[in-house]
Write a protein that binds this ligand. Structure first.
Ligand SMILES: *Cc1c(COP(=O)(O)O)cnc(C)c1O
Length: 460
């Protein structure tokens, strides 16, 4: 007898409490969408059947996390919940200073306020939307330096999330004095949920050392990234994910984190670093907007949920299921002829809306048009990652983003395989009638992060 694994990779959990979802008619969905100004962020969640808008804070917590919540201690300063949180964080990310924050963006706001200002430049493999907005809010410029494969949706490469190290070197040789820090987003979210290799992190570290620059990780999906390293990067097949994470953190000087992603919590985040001076400035800023540095805008019970979530996030059975369930959706769409970003990322499948809807100009937002169609067709809510999200320049002009994608993000431990089979059917049906979809125009929008609140109308 061998311990041969079965082909079916099952959800490694049973359902413990259930939350009903509401079925709607196509007419109800069309009306809801029009009322929302064709912006899926403006839809009441109860009108959504399968919500793949984001994997952020939308996952299911475990029985152990709910139990940990009962242990939450709400002391203003020095709560034991903080020390348990810090212990869980530093066991994976051995940084000297750990500042909890209510979300990842709060950590970004504090870090960039302390480190950036007008005339500065922050390089990243690809800035996440809030990261870019927080860099730009200080007057600095956010520069994306992805490897060329990362911008080609159909290019197969094991580490499409990598940074273009030569481009980083060029930027630093020209403007080293203007660069306060270098950032690496693992996994590279906006570039398709694609992993960054350890070799790439090491190469970026080497360039940072040469120019005397600190390296920060935007580590929101580092457990998924580490799983990809374990299965794809030579030399890591026998390493534990927790160990791979420690190795990567050891190459960095600090990190920002959203606990709503891999740490399996519904809220929270943190900022961590080794530099004591920077940490002191960050703590002072933290007190202004987040709270005392041992709770940072979170309840003690949230800190407990994060601490337990971090332990579960590095479990190999969980990660194998997580990555496989995303791949399952991607492979089925690919078989159905839907243009998707390959290889599949850790938390989402990205549909190449520009390729699916070549008759819609990028400035008529093919990604938004497709996301709206998926909702009207089957109540599936995805998210445009393209010209709506990235096309508005700080000076108010508009340009096509490098890609127009629709992201179907998979909440952690939340939907079953039959939910995903339904999604496959909805996307396939929309793809069969893609030629009939038309574009959108923007009716109103704010000056930045417009995708959250812009209102649209059908074009023409
Ligand atoms: C979600 C996310 C953030 C921001 O975190 P929030 O908790 O949503 O504020 C930053 N970077 C990346 C890569 C993310 O995925």
């Amino acid at each position: 007898m061998t311990d041969e694994p079965f082909r079916t990779i099952i959800e490694p959990f049973r359902i413990h409490s259930v939350e009903p979802v509401r079925l709607t008619t196509r007419a109800q969905r069309a009306a809801a969408l029009a009322a929302a100004g064709y912006n899926l962020f403006a839809l009441p969640a109860e009108d959504v059947l399968i919500d793949l808008l984001t994997d952020s804070g939308t996952g299911a917590m475990s029985a152990e996390q709910w139990a940990a919540i009962q242990r939450g201690n709400e002391a203003y300063a020095g709560a034991p919940s903080f020390y348990r949180f810090r212990e869980a964080v530093t066991s994976l990310f051995p940084f000297t200073h750990v500042l909890p924050a209510h979300q990842g963006r709060a950590a970004e706001k504090i870090l960039f306020t302390a480190a950036c200002g007008p005339g500065m430049v922050v390089p990243n493999n690809t800035h996440f939307d809030t990261t870019r907005a927080n860099v730009e809010f200080t007057g600095a410029r956010a520069v994306d330096l992805p490897v060329p494969e990362g911008l080609r949706p159909a290019a197969r490469h094991p580490f499409k999330g990598n940074m273009d190290v030569a481009a980083l070197e060029r930027l630093l040789s020209e403007r080293a004095g203007d660069v306060p820090l270098v950032m690496l987003t693992v996994t590279n979210n906006s570039g398709g949920g694609q992993p960054v290799s350890m070799a790439n992190v090491r190469a970026v570290r080497e360039v940072c050392d040469r120019f005397g620059k600190p390296l920060f990780l935007d580590a929101c999906r580092i457990a998924e990234n580490a799983w990809f390293i374990r299965v794809r990067e030579p030399g890591y097949q026998d390493r534990a994910v927790a160990d791979i994470i420690r190795e990567m953190a050891g190459l960095a000087d600090g990190m920002t984190m959203s606990a709503k992603k891999d740490p399996l919590a519904n809220i929270g985040g943190w900022l961590a670093m080794n530099d004591g001076d920077l940490a002191m400035r960050c703590r002072n800023l933290e007190i202004l907007t987040e709270g005392f540095p041992t709770y940072g805008g979170l309840a003690g019970r949230d800190l407990e949920a994060i601490a337990q979530g971090l332990r579960e996030a590095v479990d190999h059975d969980y990660l194998r299921y997580r990555v496989r369930s995303v791949e399952y959706l991607g492979e089925a769409l690919e078989r159905a002829g839907v243009p998707v970003v390959v290889p599949f990322g850790g938390h989402a499948v990205f549909i190449d809306a520009r390729a699916m809807l070549p008759h819609i100009d990028p400035l008529a937002y093919p990604g938004q048009a497709l996301a709206c169609a998926l909702y009207t067709e089957g109540g599936v809510r995805g998210c445009e990652i393209g010209t709506v999200m990235f096309g508005l320049r700080p000076d108010g002009t508009e340009t096509a983003a490098p890609m127009d994608l629709v992201r179907l993000a998979i909440p952690r431990r939340t939907y079953t395989q039959s939910h995903i089979d339904y999604v496959i059917e909805v996307v396939t049906r929309v793809a069969e009638r893609a030629g009939r979809l038309s574009g959108l125009r923007i009716v109103s929008q704010p000056g930045q992060l417009r995708h959250f609140t812009a209102r649209f109308a059908p074009a023409g």
